[in-house]
Design a protein around this ligand. Structure first.
Ligand SMILES: C=C(O[C@H]1C=CC=C(C(=O)O)[C@@H]1O)C(=O)O
Ligand SMILES: [Mg+2]
Length: 461
Protein backbone atom coordinates (compact mmCIF):
# COMPACT_ATOMS: atom_id res chain seq x y z
CA UNK A 1 0.00 0.00 0.00
CA UNK A 2 1.26 3.47 -0.77
CA UNK A 3 1.73 5.73 2.20
CA UNK A 4 -0.85 8.46 2.51
CA UNK A 5 0.04 9.55 6.01
CA UNK A 6 2.17 12.31 4.49
CA UNK A 7 -1.15 14.03 3.86
CA UNK A 8 -1.84 15.82 7.11
CA UNK A 9 -5.53 15.93 6.48
CA UNK A 10 -6.69 16.39 10.03
CA UNK A 11 -4.48 19.41 10.81
CA UNK A 12 -5.45 21.20 7.62
CA UNK A 13 -9.13 20.51 8.18
CA UNK A 14 -8.97 21.76 11.75
CA UNK A 15 -7.43 25.08 10.69
CA UNK A 16 -9.94 25.38 7.85
CA UNK A 17 -12.84 24.70 10.23
CA UNK A 18 -11.74 27.52 12.54
CA UNK A 19 -11.67 29.88 9.57
CA UNK A 20 -15.12 28.70 8.44
CA UNK A 21 -16.55 29.16 11.94
CA UNK A 22 -15.17 32.70 12.07
CA UNK A 23 -16.52 33.63 8.63
CA UNK A 24 -19.74 31.63 9.10
CA UNK A 25 -19.60 30.42 5.47
CA UNK A 26 -19.11 26.83 4.36
CA UNK A 27 -16.45 26.33 1.75
CA UNK A 28 -14.27 23.99 -0.26
CA UNK A 29 -10.97 22.82 1.17
CA UNK A 30 -8.37 21.45 -1.23
CA UNK A 31 -5.30 19.55 -0.05
CA UNK A 32 -2.56 18.34 -2.40
CA UNK A 33 0.36 16.01 -1.72
CA UNK A 34 3.00 14.50 -3.94
CA UNK A 35 2.74 10.71 -3.85
CA UNK A 36 4.57 7.67 -5.19
CA UNK A 37 3.74 6.56 -8.71
CA UNK A 38 0.25 5.07 -9.01
CA UNK A 39 -1.32 3.20 -11.89
CA UNK A 40 -4.00 5.50 -13.31
CA UNK A 41 -6.33 2.68 -14.33
CA UNK A 42 -6.09 0.94 -10.99
CA UNK A 43 -7.01 4.23 -9.27
CA UNK A 44 -9.93 4.67 -11.68
CA UNK A 45 -11.13 1.10 -11.25
CA UNK A 46 -11.06 1.28 -7.47
CA UNK A 47 -13.33 4.31 -7.58
CA UNK A 48 -16.09 1.95 -8.68
CA UNK A 49 -15.74 -0.07 -5.46
CA UNK A 50 -16.35 3.14 -3.50
CA UNK A 51 -19.54 3.60 -5.56
CA UNK A 52 -18.46 7.08 -6.63
CA UNK A 53 -18.80 8.79 -9.99
CA UNK A 54 -15.57 8.82 -11.94
CA UNK A 55 -13.94 11.27 -14.34
CA UNK A 56 -10.95 10.68 -16.58
CA UNK A 57 -8.84 12.88 -18.83
CA UNK A 58 -5.62 12.30 -20.69
CA UNK A 59 -4.24 14.76 -23.22
CA UNK A 60 -3.18 13.62 -26.69
CA UNK A 61 0.51 13.39 -25.72
CA UNK A 62 -0.43 11.36 -22.64
CA UNK A 63 1.66 13.64 -20.42
CA UNK A 64 -1.18 15.25 -18.49
CA UNK A 65 -3.64 12.86 -16.91
CA UNK A 66 -6.38 13.33 -14.33
CA UNK A 67 -8.41 10.65 -12.64
CA UNK A 68 -11.26 11.99 -10.55
CA UNK A 69 -13.23 9.96 -8.02
CA UNK A 70 -16.40 11.32 -6.47
CA UNK A 71 -17.76 14.75 -6.45
CA UNK A 72 -16.89 17.43 -3.87
CA UNK A 73 -18.70 20.22 -5.71
CA UNK A 74 -20.65 20.54 -8.96
CA UNK A 75 -21.30 23.54 -11.16
CA UNK A 76 -24.34 23.11 -13.40
CA UNK A 77 -25.66 25.59 -15.93
CA UNK A 78 -28.36 25.20 -18.56
CA UNK A 79 -28.79 28.67 -20.07
CA UNK A 80 -25.81 30.88 -20.83
CA UNK A 81 -23.46 28.19 -19.52
CA UNK A 82 -20.09 29.77 -20.38
CA UNK A 83 -20.77 32.92 -18.38
CA UNK A 84 -22.42 31.11 -15.48
CA UNK A 85 -19.67 28.53 -15.14
CA UNK A 86 -17.02 31.27 -15.20
CA UNK A 87 -18.83 33.35 -12.59
CA UNK A 88 -19.55 30.45 -10.23
CA UNK A 89 -16.03 29.12 -10.51
CA UNK A 90 -14.47 32.51 -9.80
CA UNK A 91 -16.75 32.94 -6.78
CA UNK A 92 -15.91 29.49 -5.46
CA UNK A 93 -12.17 29.96 -5.95
CA UNK A 94 -12.20 33.21 -3.98
CA UNK A 95 -13.28 31.38 -0.84
CA UNK A 96 -11.60 27.99 -1.36
CA UNK A 97 -9.03 27.12 1.30
CA UNK A 98 -5.91 25.68 -0.33
CA UNK A 99 -3.12 23.57 1.04
CA UNK A 100 -0.87 23.00 -1.98
CA UNK A 101 2.89 23.34 -2.36
CA UNK A 102 2.76 21.95 -5.88
CA UNK A 103 1.03 24.67 -7.86
CA UNK A 104 3.67 24.30 -10.63
CA UNK A 105 1.97 20.99 -11.49
CA UNK A 106 -1.64 20.49 -12.62
CA UNK A 107 -2.96 20.15 -9.08
CA UNK A 108 -5.35 21.75 -6.62
CA UNK A 109 -9.04 22.27 -7.31
CA UNK A 110 -9.63 21.35 -10.94
CA UNK A 111 -13.03 21.28 -12.61
CA UNK A 112 -13.64 18.47 -15.08
CA UNK A 113 -16.71 18.39 -17.31
CA UNK A 114 -18.37 19.46 -20.48
CA UNK A 115 -20.83 21.59 -22.36
CA UNK A 116 -23.69 20.30 -24.52
CA UNK A 117 -23.36 20.44 -28.30
CA UNK A 118 -26.37 22.72 -28.57
CA UNK A 119 -27.39 24.62 -25.44
CA UNK A 120 -30.72 25.55 -27.04
CA UNK A 121 -31.85 21.94 -27.20
CA UNK A 122 -33.77 20.27 -24.37
CA UNK A 123 -32.00 17.28 -22.85
CA UNK A 124 -33.67 14.06 -24.04
CA UNK A 125 -34.07 10.76 -22.21
CA UNK A 126 -30.94 9.22 -23.75
CA UNK A 127 -28.79 11.94 -22.16
CA UNK A 128 -30.47 11.81 -18.76
CA UNK A 129 -27.95 13.04 -16.19
CA UNK A 130 -26.06 15.16 -18.75
CA UNK A 131 -28.36 18.18 -18.53
CA UNK A 132 -26.78 21.44 -19.67
CA UNK A 133 -23.13 21.90 -18.81
CA UNK A 134 -21.66 20.30 -15.77
CA UNK A 135 -18.29 20.52 -14.10
CA UNK A 136 -17.28 18.56 -11.07
CA UNK A 137 -14.43 18.94 -8.62
CA UNK A 138 -13.60 15.37 -7.71
CA UNK A 139 -13.26 14.39 -4.04
CA UNK A 140 -10.08 12.52 -4.89
CA UNK A 141 -8.08 13.60 -7.89
CA UNK A 142 -4.97 11.90 -9.13
CA UNK A 143 -2.72 14.04 -11.32
CA UNK A 144 0.03 12.46 -13.37
CA UNK A 145 2.13 14.92 -15.35
CA UNK A 146 5.79 15.72 -16.12
CA UNK A 147 6.31 16.73 -12.45
CA UNK A 148 5.19 13.38 -11.05
CA UNK A 149 2.18 11.96 -9.31
CA UNK A 150 -0.08 13.98 -6.99
CA UNK A 151 -3.20 13.38 -4.96
CA UNK A 152 -5.57 16.27 -4.38
CA UNK A 153 -8.36 15.78 -1.86
CA UNK A 154 -11.27 18.23 -2.11
CA UNK A 155 -13.81 18.45 0.71
CA UNK A 156 -16.82 20.65 1.32
CA UNK A 157 -16.72 21.86 4.94
CA UNK A 158 -19.34 23.64 7.01
CA UNK A 159 -19.47 24.85 10.62
CA UNK A 160 -20.87 21.52 11.82
CA UNK A 161 -18.33 19.24 10.10
CA UNK A 162 -16.96 16.47 12.31
CA UNK A 163 -13.27 16.72 11.44
CA UNK A 164 -12.11 13.56 13.18
CA UNK A 165 -14.70 11.42 11.47
CA UNK A 166 -14.16 13.11 8.11
CA UNK A 167 -10.40 12.67 8.27
CA UNK A 168 -10.83 8.96 9.06
CA UNK A 169 -13.06 8.48 6.01
CA UNK A 170 -10.66 10.40 3.77
CA UNK A 171 -7.68 8.34 4.97
CA UNK A 172 -9.55 5.12 4.49
CA UNK A 173 -10.92 5.90 1.02
CA UNK A 174 -7.69 7.34 -0.31
CA UNK A 175 -5.80 4.28 0.92
CA UNK A 176 -8.25 2.06 -0.94
CA UNK A 177 -7.81 4.09 -4.13
CA UNK A 178 -4.03 4.08 -3.88
CA UNK A 179 -3.81 0.39 -3.07
CA UNK A 180 -1.87 -0.99 -6.00
CA UNK A 181 -3.03 -4.60 -5.52
CA UNK A 182 -3.87 -6.34 -8.77
CA UNK A 183 -7.19 -5.45 -10.35
CA UNK A 184 -9.06 -8.11 -12.22
CA UNK A 185 -10.10 -6.44 -15.44
CA UNK A 186 -12.65 -8.19 -17.60
CA UNK A 187 -12.69 -7.54 -21.34
CA UNK A 188 -15.87 -6.37 -22.98
CA UNK A 189 -17.52 -8.16 -25.84
CA UNK A 190 -20.02 -6.78 -28.34
CA UNK A 191 -22.84 -9.19 -29.14
CA UNK A 192 -25.14 -6.95 -31.22
CA UNK A 193 -24.79 -3.89 -33.48
CA UNK A 194 -27.56 -1.75 -34.91
CA UNK A 195 -27.00 1.06 -37.42
CA UNK A 196 -29.75 3.60 -36.85
CA UNK A 197 -31.65 4.44 -40.07
CA UNK A 198 -28.79 4.23 -42.62
CA UNK A 199 -31.04 4.95 -45.64
CA UNK A 200 -32.63 7.97 -44.02
CA UNK A 201 -29.15 9.25 -43.15
CA UNK A 202 -27.88 8.94 -46.73
CA UNK A 203 -31.00 10.72 -47.96
CA UNK A 204 -30.27 13.52 -45.55
CA UNK A 205 -26.74 13.80 -47.01
CA UNK A 206 -28.37 14.22 -50.44
CA UNK A 207 -30.74 16.81 -49.02
CA UNK A 208 -27.78 18.72 -47.59
CA UNK A 209 -25.88 18.80 -50.91
CA UNK A 210 -29.04 20.16 -52.59
CA UNK A 211 -29.50 22.66 -49.78
CA UNK A 212 -25.93 23.89 -50.23
CA UNK A 213 -26.64 24.51 -53.95
CA UNK A 214 -29.73 26.56 -53.14
CA UNK A 215 -28.95 28.42 -49.91
CA UNK A 216 -25.96 30.45 -48.69
CA UNK A 217 -24.53 27.54 -46.69
CA UNK A 218 -21.15 25.95 -47.48
CA UNK A 219 -21.00 23.01 -45.13
CA UNK A 220 -23.21 21.03 -42.74
CA UNK A 221 -21.85 18.29 -40.48
CA UNK A 222 -24.21 15.35 -40.16
CA UNK A 223 -23.80 12.76 -37.45
CA UNK A 224 -25.29 9.35 -36.96
CA UNK A 225 -25.70 6.78 -34.21
CA UNK A 226 -24.63 3.18 -33.92
CA UNK A 227 -26.18 1.21 -31.06
CA UNK A 228 -24.36 -1.76 -29.61
CA UNK A 229 -25.03 -4.31 -26.93
CA UNK A 230 -22.40 -6.03 -24.83
CA UNK A 231 -22.44 -9.50 -23.34
CA UNK A 232 -22.05 -8.06 -19.82
CA UNK A 233 -22.35 -4.63 -18.21
CA UNK A 234 -19.52 -2.57 -19.62
CA UNK A 235 -16.19 -2.54 -17.83
CA UNK A 236 -15.29 1.12 -18.29
CA UNK A 237 -11.73 0.62 -17.04
CA UNK A 238 -11.08 -1.78 -19.89
CA UNK A 239 -12.51 0.65 -22.46
CA UNK A 240 -10.11 3.32 -21.17
CA UNK A 241 -7.26 0.83 -21.27
CA UNK A 242 -8.01 -0.01 -24.92
CA UNK A 243 -8.37 3.64 -25.93
CA UNK A 244 -5.13 4.65 -24.20
CA UNK A 245 -3.24 1.77 -25.79
CA UNK A 246 -4.67 1.83 -29.31
CA UNK A 247 -5.49 5.47 -30.03
CA UNK A 248 -2.30 7.52 -30.13
CA UNK A 249 -2.57 11.28 -30.67
CA UNK A 250 -5.99 11.30 -29.01
CA UNK A 251 -7.54 12.85 -25.93
CA UNK A 252 -9.00 10.05 -23.86
CA UNK A 253 -11.89 11.07 -21.63
CA UNK A 254 -14.65 9.56 -19.49
CA UNK A 255 -17.34 11.27 -17.47
CA UNK A 256 -19.53 9.00 -15.42
CA UNK A 257 -22.86 9.58 -13.70
CA UNK A 258 -24.68 7.03 -11.54
CA UNK A 259 -26.35 5.53 -14.63
CA UNK A 260 -24.17 6.29 -17.65
CA UNK A 261 -20.66 7.01 -18.84
CA UNK A 262 -19.72 9.28 -21.73
CA UNK A 263 -16.37 8.13 -23.04
CA UNK A 264 -14.15 8.52 -26.08
CA UNK A 265 -10.79 9.13 -27.74
CA UNK A 266 -10.86 12.37 -29.69
CA UNK A 267 -8.04 13.62 -31.92
CA UNK A 268 -9.46 17.15 -31.92
CA UNK A 269 -8.16 19.80 -29.55
CA UNK A 270 -10.54 22.70 -29.26
CA UNK A 271 -8.27 24.87 -27.14
CA UNK A 272 -5.45 24.71 -24.65
CA UNK A 273 -4.59 27.76 -22.52
CA UNK A 274 -1.52 28.04 -20.34
CA UNK A 275 0.02 31.30 -19.16
CA UNK A 276 -1.90 33.30 -21.78
CA UNK A 277 -0.73 31.12 -24.69
CA UNK A 278 -3.53 29.61 -26.78
CA UNK A 279 -3.23 26.45 -28.83
CA UNK A 280 -6.07 25.35 -31.05
CA UNK A 281 -6.50 22.93 -33.92
CA UNK A 282 -8.20 22.83 -37.27
CA UNK A 283 -9.05 19.22 -37.98
CA UNK A 284 -11.33 18.27 -40.88
CA UNK A 285 -10.91 16.18 -44.00
CA UNK A 286 -10.55 12.44 -43.65
CA UNK A 287 -9.10 9.37 -45.38
CA UNK A 288 -8.39 5.79 -44.29
CA UNK A 289 -4.90 4.49 -43.40
CA UNK A 290 -3.09 2.33 -45.93
CA UNK A 291 -2.26 -1.36 -45.48
CA UNK A 292 1.42 -0.76 -46.28
CA UNK A 293 3.50 2.35 -45.62
CA UNK A 294 3.65 3.09 -49.40
CA UNK A 295 -0.13 2.91 -49.66
CA UNK A 296 -0.47 4.99 -46.49
CA UNK A 297 1.73 7.77 -47.89
CA UNK A 298 -0.11 7.64 -51.22
CA UNK A 299 -3.52 8.00 -49.49
CA UNK A 300 -2.17 10.85 -47.34
CA UNK A 301 -0.81 12.65 -50.40
CA UNK A 302 -4.12 12.20 -52.22
CA UNK A 303 -5.92 13.62 -49.16
CA UNK A 304 -3.66 16.68 -49.16
CA UNK A 305 -4.48 17.24 -52.84
CA UNK A 306 -8.18 16.42 -52.70
CA UNK A 307 -10.33 19.44 -53.49
CA UNK A 308 -13.41 18.32 -51.55
CA UNK A 309 -11.46 17.56 -48.36
CA UNK A 310 -9.38 20.74 -48.67
CA UNK A 311 -12.58 22.75 -48.89
CA UNK A 312 -13.98 20.98 -45.81
CA UNK A 313 -10.75 21.84 -44.00
CA UNK A 314 -10.33 25.43 -45.18
CA UNK A 315 -13.80 26.35 -43.92
CA UNK A 316 -12.65 25.36 -40.42
CA UNK A 317 -9.38 27.30 -40.70
CA UNK A 318 -11.17 30.48 -41.80
CA UNK A 319 -13.75 30.28 -39.04
CA UNK A 320 -11.21 29.64 -36.27
CA UNK A 321 -9.05 32.56 -37.49
CA UNK A 322 -12.07 34.91 -37.50
CA UNK A 323 -13.52 33.68 -34.20
CA UNK A 324 -10.24 34.15 -32.33
CA UNK A 325 -9.96 37.82 -33.26
CA UNK A 326 -12.06 39.11 -30.35
CA UNK A 327 -10.31 37.05 -27.66
CA UNK A 328 -6.76 36.58 -29.02
CA UNK A 329 -3.81 38.47 -30.53
CA UNK A 330 -0.95 37.39 -32.78
CA UNK A 331 -2.93 34.54 -34.29
CA UNK A 332 -0.50 32.30 -36.15
CA UNK A 333 -1.90 29.73 -38.61
CA UNK A 334 0.18 28.00 -41.34
CA UNK A 335 -1.12 28.35 -44.92
CA UNK A 336 -1.38 24.65 -45.69
CA UNK A 337 -2.47 21.63 -43.65
CA UNK A 338 -0.41 18.57 -42.83
CA UNK A 339 -1.47 14.98 -42.18
CA UNK A 340 -2.54 13.95 -38.67
CA UNK A 341 -2.28 10.15 -38.48
CA UNK A 342 -4.53 8.09 -36.22
CA UNK A 343 -4.82 4.35 -35.73
CA UNK A 344 -7.71 3.89 -38.16
CA UNK A 345 -7.70 7.04 -40.28
CA UNK A 346 -5.84 10.22 -41.18
CA UNK A 347 -6.99 13.83 -41.09
CA UNK A 348 -5.99 17.17 -42.53
CA UNK A 349 -4.57 19.18 -39.65
CA UNK A 350 -3.58 22.82 -39.18
CA UNK A 351 -2.23 23.94 -35.79
CA UNK A 352 -3.15 27.36 -34.38
CA UNK A 353 -1.16 29.49 -31.94
CA UNK A 354 -2.20 32.79 -30.37
CA UNK A 355 -2.04 34.91 -27.23
CA UNK A 356 -5.13 35.41 -25.13
CA UNK A 357 -6.34 39.01 -24.86
CA UNK A 358 -6.32 40.68 -21.46
CA UNK A 359 -9.60 40.05 -19.64
CA UNK A 360 -10.47 36.89 -21.60
CA UNK A 361 -10.19 33.37 -20.22
CA UNK A 362 -10.17 29.86 -21.60
CA UNK A 363 -13.97 29.77 -21.29
CA UNK A 364 -14.46 32.81 -23.56
CA UNK A 365 -12.26 31.13 -26.15
CA UNK A 366 -14.28 27.92 -25.90
CA UNK A 367 -17.49 29.90 -26.32
CA UNK A 368 -16.13 31.71 -29.39
CA UNK A 369 -14.93 28.54 -31.06
CA UNK A 370 -17.74 26.09 -30.37
CA UNK A 371 -19.14 24.68 -32.56
CA UNK A 372 -16.44 24.96 -35.21
CA UNK A 373 -17.39 24.03 -38.79
CA UNK A 374 -15.80 20.61 -38.10
CA UNK A 375 -18.89 19.84 -36.01
CA UNK A 376 -21.75 22.07 -37.13
CA UNK A 377 -20.91 23.52 -40.53
CA UNK A 378 -20.66 27.00 -41.98
CA UNK A 379 -22.08 29.55 -41.43
CA UNK A 380 -22.59 28.49 -37.85
CA UNK A 381 -26.07 29.88 -37.33
CA UNK A 382 -27.53 28.50 -40.57
CA UNK A 383 -25.96 25.08 -40.16
CA UNK A 384 -27.17 24.82 -36.54
CA UNK A 385 -30.67 25.77 -37.63
CA UNK A 386 -30.57 23.06 -40.27
CA UNK A 387 -29.41 20.47 -37.72
CA UNK A 388 -32.09 21.48 -35.20
CA UNK A 389 -34.72 20.95 -37.84
CA UNK A 390 -33.49 17.88 -39.72
CA UNK A 391 -31.00 15.82 -37.75
CA UNK A 392 -32.74 12.97 -35.92
CA UNK A 393 -29.79 12.29 -33.65
CA UNK A 394 -29.65 13.46 -30.04
CA UNK A 395 -26.10 14.79 -29.83
CA UNK A 396 -26.09 15.63 -26.12
CA UNK A 397 -22.40 16.02 -25.20
CA UNK A 398 -21.17 14.41 -28.43
CA UNK A 399 -19.26 16.90 -30.59
CA UNK A 400 -19.12 19.41 -27.73
CA UNK A 401 -16.29 20.81 -25.58
CA UNK A 402 -15.09 18.39 -22.90
CA UNK A 403 -12.14 19.12 -20.64
CA UNK A 404 -10.85 20.82 -17.52
CA UNK A 405 -9.63 24.06 -16.00
CA UNK A 406 -7.77 25.04 -12.86
CA UNK A 407 -8.20 27.89 -10.39
CA UNK A 408 -6.53 30.33 -12.85
CA UNK A 409 -8.47 29.14 -15.91
CA UNK A 410 -5.50 27.34 -17.36
CA UNK A 411 -6.79 24.17 -18.95
CA UNK A 412 -7.76 22.34 -22.06
CA UNK A 413 -10.85 21.30 -24.01
CA UNK A 414 -11.15 18.66 -26.70
CA UNK A 415 -14.10 18.23 -29.05
CA UNK A 416 -15.92 15.12 -27.82
CA UNK A 417 -15.95 13.04 -31.00
CA UNK A 418 -15.08 9.32 -31.53
CA UNK A 419 -17.19 8.78 -28.46
CA UNK A 420 -20.13 6.92 -27.00
CA UNK A 421 -22.63 6.95 -24.19
CA UNK A 422 -22.59 3.70 -22.23
CA UNK A 423 -25.36 2.46 -19.95
CA UNK A 424 -24.63 -0.95 -18.42
CA UNK A 425 -24.56 -3.37 -21.40
CA UNK A 426 -25.83 -0.86 -23.96
CA UNK A 427 -23.98 1.86 -25.80
CA UNK A 428 -24.79 4.55 -28.34
CA UNK A 429 -21.81 5.52 -30.46
CA UNK A 430 -21.68 8.71 -32.51
CA UNK A 431 -19.82 9.76 -35.65
CA UNK A 432 -20.27 12.59 -38.08
CA UNK A 433 -18.76 14.06 -41.21
CA UNK A 434 -18.63 17.35 -43.01
CA UNK A 435 -20.97 17.54 -45.98
CA UNK A 436 -19.96 20.00 -48.70
CA UNK A 437 -21.29 20.51 -52.23
CA UNK A 438 -19.32 17.57 -53.71
CA UNK A 439 -20.16 15.05 -50.98
CA UNK A 440 -21.25 11.57 -51.97
CA UNK A 441 -23.68 9.85 -49.53
CA UNK A 442 -22.05 6.40 -49.77
CA UNK A 443 -18.56 7.79 -49.28
CA UNK A 444 -19.62 9.89 -46.30
CA UNK A 445 -21.32 6.83 -44.85
CA UNK A 446 -18.06 4.90 -45.21
CA UNK A 447 -16.20 7.77 -43.54
CA UNK A 448 -18.46 7.64 -40.48
CA UNK A 449 -18.04 3.85 -40.42
CA UNK A 450 -14.27 4.23 -39.95
CA UNK A 451 -14.85 6.89 -37.31
CA UNK A 452 -16.80 4.33 -35.26
CA UNK A 453 -13.87 1.87 -35.22
CA UNK A 454 -11.92 3.25 -32.23
CA UNK A 455 -14.93 2.92 -29.92
CA UNK A 456 -16.08 -0.37 -31.47
CA UNK A 457 -12.66 -1.93 -30.97
CA UNK A 458 -12.42 -0.56 -27.43
CA UNK A 459 -15.77 -2.18 -26.62
CA UNK A 460 -14.58 -5.54 -27.87
CA UNK A 461 -16.15 -5.43 -31.34
C1 LIG B 1 -17.62 14.95 -36.73
C2 LIG B 1 -16.59 14.14 -36.65
O1 LIG B 1 -15.36 14.45 -37.21
C3 LIG B 1 -15.03 15.78 -37.60
C4 LIG B 1 -13.61 15.96 -37.28
C5 LIG B 1 -12.61 15.64 -38.17
C6 LIG B 1 -12.92 15.33 -39.49
C7 LIG B 1 -14.20 15.44 -39.95
C8 LIG B 1 -14.50 15.16 -41.39
O2 LIG B 1 -13.58 14.95 -42.18
O3 LIG B 1 -15.66 15.10 -41.76
C9 LIG B 1 -15.31 15.94 -39.09
O4 LIG B 1 -15.53 17.29 -39.40
C10 LIG B 1 -16.66 12.84 -35.95
O5 LIG B 1 -15.67 12.13 -35.89
O6 LIG B 1 -17.74 12.50 -35.42
MG1 LIG C 1 -15.00 14.55 -43.90
Amino acid sequence: MIETKGIKIEGVLQTALEQIQNNKTPTLVSITEKINKVDILSFFHKGKKLAKERSFWSNADQNVCFVGIGNAYTIKAEKNPYNIVKKEWSKLMERTILDNKYTYANTGPIAIGGFPFDEEKETCELWDGFEGSQFRIPEYMLTVDEHGCFLTINIWLDQQSDIENLAAILYDESSQLLDSAFIESENNQIVFEHEVNPHEWKNLVREVTNYIETYPVEKIVLARELQVELRNPCNITDVLHQLLTNQPNSYVFAWETDVACFIGASPERLVHVKDNQILSTCLAGTAPRGETSEEDIRIGQALLNDEKNREEHQIVVNMIRDSLQSCARNVDIPDVPIIYPLQNLQHLFTPVRAEIRFGCTLLEVVKKLHPTPALSGFPQKESLNFLRKHEKLERGWYGAPIGWFDSNFNGEFAVAIRSGLIKREKASLFAGCGIVKDSNPDMEYEETKIKFTPMLEALGG
